[in-house]
Design a protein around this ligand. Structure first.
Ligand code: SAM
Length: 299
């Protein structure tokens, strides 16, 4: 396939990326996390991890100049790319012109009506995955928005800062394990796909990156009576990492008079009060959240 004399499937090559940027006089904005991918091997790994086929859809966040979008368009049945930067819209329309299965939406992914977007663009599609080289400054709010809205997703395959990927995949006991690990693992099964060197971007970021696949669960692995209280308990348990679980929970949920009950609640769940939040498993948090809620009169 040819596009004005240029071979397709190469937006992500260093040469073509530079040509597109130069032709449009585009100045990359650091504040929007604009580090564009210029490595075919990494692009292939991202797309491969999303397990797409011609019946499936891909939602890309932040297409930039379309390097990943083009690979997705060649693999998925339908691609929707949400880009915040108005200056990139005409560029995307031009470079993606040969593909009739791509819709570019000019919007902020944190504000766009995701349910409406799914209904409008993915009707009749068998399964949708989020696939993105994310703007790192808002990785966590983006991922949490997709998970909390309970969109019908198969996978979330994202390039993110390596440390954040490690936190998402962390198991109890280590220093990376925290409220992000638990929230992500409640909704998904995380799996590291690959570590990515800084040299595959223009311009190069100051941090190391990783691609992670979050396979979205059909059902959470634990049942809780009240999801929002469960997450509140988790956040409170990590409020001050040096404090014990007992002290963190006491400052959030108890006063002087009610505090003596906490020890019994914890031991009743088989949890030593002197443990720290980072040692508890998802199952233990589920048990603790239900017991605390009952004791506090919320059940
Ligand atoms: C790391 S770049 C990735 C560009 C391209 N996908 C690639 O891999 O080369 C992040 C992209 O996200 C866009 N972006 C930043 N904040 C956004 C937001 N809130 N909503 C949608 N797009 C956003 C940026 O303008 C940029 O195009």
């Amino acid at each position: 396939m040819m596009d004005k004399g240029i071979t397709l499937a190469d937006i992500g090559s260093p040469r073509r990326t530079k040509d597109i940027i130069q032709k449009h006089g585009f100045a990359l904005k650091k504040s929007l996390g604009q580090n564009f991918l210029i490595d075919r091997n990494i692009l292939n790994k991202i797309v491969g991890a999303a397990e797409l086929d011609s019946g499936k859809g891909a939602l890309e966040i932040g297409p930039g100049i379309g390097a990943l979008t083009e690979q997705l368009a060649q693999t998925a049945g339908k691609v929707v790319a949400v880009e915040i930067d108005q200056r990139l819209i005409p560029i995307l329309e031009e470079v993606l012109e040969p593909y009739d299965n791509v819709d570019v939406v000019h919007s902020d992914v944190l504000k766009v009506d995701l349910q409406g977007l799914f209904a409008e663009h993915f009707a009749g599609v068998e399964g949708v995955s989020v696939v993105a080289n994310l703007p790192y400054y808002i990785t966590t709010p983006i991922v949490m928005r997709f998970l909390e809205e309970k969109l019908p997703l198969d996978n979330i395959v994202i390039m993110i800062q390596k440390e954040v990927a490690e936190r998402m995949a962390a198991k109890p006991g280590g220093k990376e394990y925290g409220s992000l690990s638990i929230a992500v693992q409640y909704y998904c099964e995380p799996e590291m796909v690959t570590i990515v060197p800084q040299t595959v971007f223009i311009p190069q970021p100051n941090v190391d990156s990783a691609v992670i696949r979050l396979r979205v669960r059909k059902e959470p692995p634990v049942q809780v009576k009240d999801e929002s209280f469960f997450f509140e308990v988790i956040r409170s348990s990590f409020a001050q990492r040096r404090k014990t679980l007992y002290n963190n929970l006491a400052s959030r949920f108890f006063n002087k008079e009610t505090k003596p009950a906490l020890e019994g609640i914890l031991t009743g769940c088989g949890i030593e009060p002197s443990r720290r939040g980072e040692t508890l498993s998802l199952e233990e948090y589920a048990k603790l959240s239900d017991a605390l809620q009952e004791a506090l009169g919320g059940a």
